[in-house]
Design a protein around this ligand. Structure first.
Ligand SMILES: [Zn+2]
Length: 412
């Protein structure tokens, strides 16, 4: 039994509780009580929240950070050429080193579960990398059949399914997910095969949807329907589905997604970096760091509300607690870990303490703690990270990865 005592903790409502004792056993929260004495428990400063779920990641793209920002940087499509050049230079050893360092950077930022949307298919490398960084992963293996780089391709959707099935059994820190890369890369008949496979195993199913106007235009001219409508026709939509981006959603797309009980994963720091546009939050909201332009779930969370303010001229569409829920509970559920993402008895013992003694959050009152964290914290304010009941980050330092040195070594 390990015990942690939180100065303040967010238990899922609009406010916070003081003096919360969390006892962990077998990787789960065995007992949780407010108004408790500190005693011999490990002290967690500031506000403790559930561990963050990064619901959409391509770990290897961390190597592009800062390298695609020149004023002549072009468009999403020219960025994609740079990304493909990087992807084609990867071998499993390099994928492992880059993913391990990137996942460790995520751990420092309070991320305890990553949804790795994988079309490079160095599966064993990223599985080991997540274990060695101390975090959980849903390996979202992407079917990619047309366009892009040949090396991403499976021969057809059945070959994809056979390859994915061969990944089992997986170690306990990993669960399987499926992905239709996009309607650009997977035809409707093949998308139906992927959707049926995911349904047969009750896997999370993710897809990039309506990220770019050109994607919508091409889909409309080829299939006479929007990307989401094509995916719906292929049987992809359900409460296990996540539409990533949803930037150029029609009103009907937004209605269709919400009615299916699916999730919408916004990746605002990537979408603004690539000049994609502002995503349309519809369905149950989750968040992802996607291209790793930055790795900071506070920034992703507040961007949803702040972008809505710019678009609508109205403040307060999303409350701080709604955005925290998107970054935690919704993300865990969308990635196939419904027993995580919340601080309650029986839940996975994954949580994060955000310190209030740094310059960004000094002076925060307990009654404002949730809003202060969501609207002003940075990844560098994460003090302690516990995953599966074990501390992996303490005092803002990863306990067994020298993160900056490993990033330096992994990025040529
Ligand atoms: Zn993506």
């Amino acid at each position: 039994m390990t015990a942690y005592w939180c100065e303040l903790a967010w238990l899922g409502g609009s406010g916070v509780e003081a003096g919360v004792l969390i006892e962990c056993a077998g990787g789960r929260i065995a007992r949780i009580a407010s108004g408790a004495q500190e005693g011999a428990a490990e002290r967690l400063p500031g506000l403790t929240v559930p561990g963050f779920a990064n619901a959409h990641s391509h770990a290897f793209q961390r190597a592009l950070r800062g390298r695609t920002q020149a004023p002549s940087g072009g468009s999403f499509w020219t960025w994609r050429e740079q990304m493909y050049a990087l992807a084609s230079s990867l071998d499993p050893d390099r994928s492992y080193a880059l993913a391990r360092a990137t996942f460790a950077e995520m751990a420092l930022a309070g991320i305890t579960l990553v949804g790795e949307f994988d079309y490079v298919h160095h599966s064993r490398a990223v599985i080991s990398a997540a274990a060695d960084a101390g975090i959980r992963m849903t390996l979202i293996d992407a079917c990619y059949l047309h366009g892009g780089l040949d090396r991403f391709h499976d021969a057809d959707a059945d070959a994809w399914a056979a390859r994915v099935a061969s990944l089992e059994p997986l170690p306990p820190h990993v669960r399987l997910g499926a992905a239709i890369h996009s309607v650009r890369a997977v035809d409707p008949e093949s998308a139906a095969v992927v959707a049926a496979f995911a349904a047969s195993l009750e896997l999370p199913l993710h897809a990039h949807v309506s990220e770019q106007p050109a994607e919508n235009e091409e889909c409309l001219s080829r299939h006479g329907a929007t990307p989401l409508a094509v995916l719906a026709e292929a049987g992809a939509l359900s409460e296990r589905f996540t539409a990533v981006h949803a930037t150029y959603f029609s009103d009907e797309d937004a209605r269709l997604l919400a009615a299916s009980g699916a999730y919408c994963c916004l990746c605002p720091t990537t979408e603004r970096d690539l000049a994609d546009g502002i995503g349309v939050p519809s369905g149950r909201l989750t968040l992802g760091s996607d291209s790793q332009a930055v790795i900071d779930m506070f920034e992703e969370a507040r961007a949803v509300e702040l972008d809505e303010r710019l678009r609508t001229g109205v403040r307060g569409v999303y409350a701080g607690a709604d955005l925290l829920r998107a970054a935690t509970l919704n993300g865990y559920q969308s990635l196939g870990w419904p027993e995580g993402g919340r601080l309650e008895e029986g839940a996975l013992a994954d949580f994060v303490a955000v310190r209030f003694d740094g310059v960004r959050l000094a002076g925060t009152r307990p009654e404002d703690a949730v809003d202060a964290v969501v609207f002003a914290a940075g990844a560098g304010d994460v003090d302690t990270v516990v995953a599966g009941g074990a501390t992996i980050v303490r005092g803002g330092r990863h306990l067994y990865v020298d993160v900056a040195a490993e990033l330096e070594a992994a990025i040529p």
